[in-house]
Design a protein around this ligand. Structure first.
Ligand SMILES: *Cc1c(COP(=O)(O)O)cnc(C)c1O
Length: 394
């Protein structure tokens, strides 16, 4: 076959990438619900365990359905290799723990998903790993935080919930000069709108729970990067600690990938239409969406992203105004999840970011008036009507 899948356009990769049909010639990807594998001979079993013969040995290590998902996502990302995990958080923990040991140091951007923050500030230090949290927007702060024992930097861009960006190229240059690997949580950008590996990242992590499933069904995650790095840093950790994605969930994710490009482009298009409503509505004090010209880091968004994503943050001034608006919605659901086909909205300071100490919350600018809207696949006109009515009551 002359076709090289790595040369396909993203839409083709998402539908055909990694497809590995069984002898039955099924059209859709097969779901291999199996724990183990059998061998034609004792010699073959020995060879597989030695790594001298290809093939599967146990589903904690690898599974054919998971392999299809991993290959499809790796093709899309432009990564040499991908390993799937049971959730986004297992991917983040694996990505960091696999790179460090006691005595090492990690630097992270301060705006991050609550559980990522816990791993950085609470979990890594328990194992003797020092961590420093910096204002991710400030390139000089990253430079100043580097130490001789800095092994990894971790960042999210755009970050949850106020969509702060980090200059990926600049921070990757600083990290590499200090001998550190760069781990990027690319959930908010999606693999459609940002390619961290091309901007200098070494490892990209996803919560596949979000846009990759995209329909609110199953949890999953992924770690992507160079083959040699994944082998060296993560292979044994995965084998012996078992952060394994269920094959069923991998199958759901494979089908999710087929429509990823269509969904997130439509969602981003709707998000941009909603920005016009937010810009004009008197109850909206400020709103953040990386693709809107009013976004504080709009120029950086244009340099490192190809679309604004599917999340908008709005400041309605006070907690009362925010709660009044949320309670008046009739279509959009109140939920702390995001990246579903259904539009979802949350009040971060009383839910997802409740555990962040108040002074840190305020340093992030996350006051009680902010709500985070995850734009779904409903018609923009219906969402505009729902939001406009709710904002009138804010
Ligand atoms: C949801 C999320 C995670 C965690 O993913 P789970 O699949 O829920 O474990 C990590 N990072 C970001 C940015 C997220 O939005």
């Amino acid at each position: 076959m002359a076709e090289d899948p790595s040369q396909w356009r993203p839409e083709t990769k998402l539908v055909r990438g990694g497809l590995d049909r069984s002898a039955h010639g099924e059209t859709a990807e097969a779901l291999y619900l199996t724990q183990g594998y059998v061998y034609a001979s004792a010699e073959l079993a020995e060879a597989r365990f030695k790594g001298e013969a290809p093939g599967f040995v146990y589903s904690r290590y690898a599974n054919p359905t998971n392999r299809m998902f991993e290959e499809r996502l790796a093709l899309l990302e432009g990564a040499e290799a991908c390993r799937s995990t049971a959730s986004g958080m297992s991917a983040v923990q694996l990505a960091l723990m696999g790179l460090v040991r006691a005595g090492d140091h990690v630097v992270a951007g301060r705006a991050m998903f609550g559980s990522c923050r816990w791993i950085i500030t609470q979990w890594l230090p328990r194992f003797g790993v020092e961590t420093t949290v910096v204002d991710g927007r400030d390139v000089e702060a990253w430079r100043a935080a580097m130490r001789p024992n800095t092994r990894a930097v971790f960042l999210e861009s755009p970050a949850n919930p106020l969509l702060e960006l980090v200059d990926l190229k600049a921070v990757a240059g600083i990290a590499h000069a200090a001998g550190a690997k760069v781990v990027v949580d690319n959930v908010f950008a999606t693999p459609i709108f940002q390619k961290p590996l091309e901007l200098g990242a070494d490892v990209v992590v996803y919560s596949a729970t979000k846009h990759i499933d995209g329909q609110g069904r199953v949890l999953g995650g992924a770690v992507l990067g160079a083959q040699a790095l994944l082998e060296e840093a993560y292979r044994d950790v995965i084998r012996h600690t078992g952060p394994t994605l269920s094959a069923f969930n991998a199958w759901v994710m494979l089908k999710g990938l087929e429509t990823l490009d269509l969904r997130v482009r439509r969602q981003a298009e709707t998000a941009l239409k909603l920005c016009a409503l937010f810009a004009a509505h008197p109850k909206v004090k400020r709103f953040y969406y990386p693709w809107d010209p009013s976004f504080p880091q709009h120029e950086l968004a244009g340099r490192q992203m190809t679309g604004g994503g599917t999340v908008i943050a709005l400041d309605l001034g006070t907690k009362d105004a925010a709660f009044n608006a949320l309670n008046a919605l009739e279509i959009i659901d109140l939920s702390n999840n995001l990246a579903d086909a259904k539009s979802l909205i949350t009040h971060p300071s009383t839910t997802t970011h409740r555990a962040v100490p108040e002074e840190e919350r305020l340093a992030l600018g996350l006051t009680d008036g902010w709500v985070r809207l995850s734009v779904g696949l409903e018609a923009a006109e219906d969402l505009e009507r729902d939001l406009s009515r709710a904002l009138d009551r804010a």
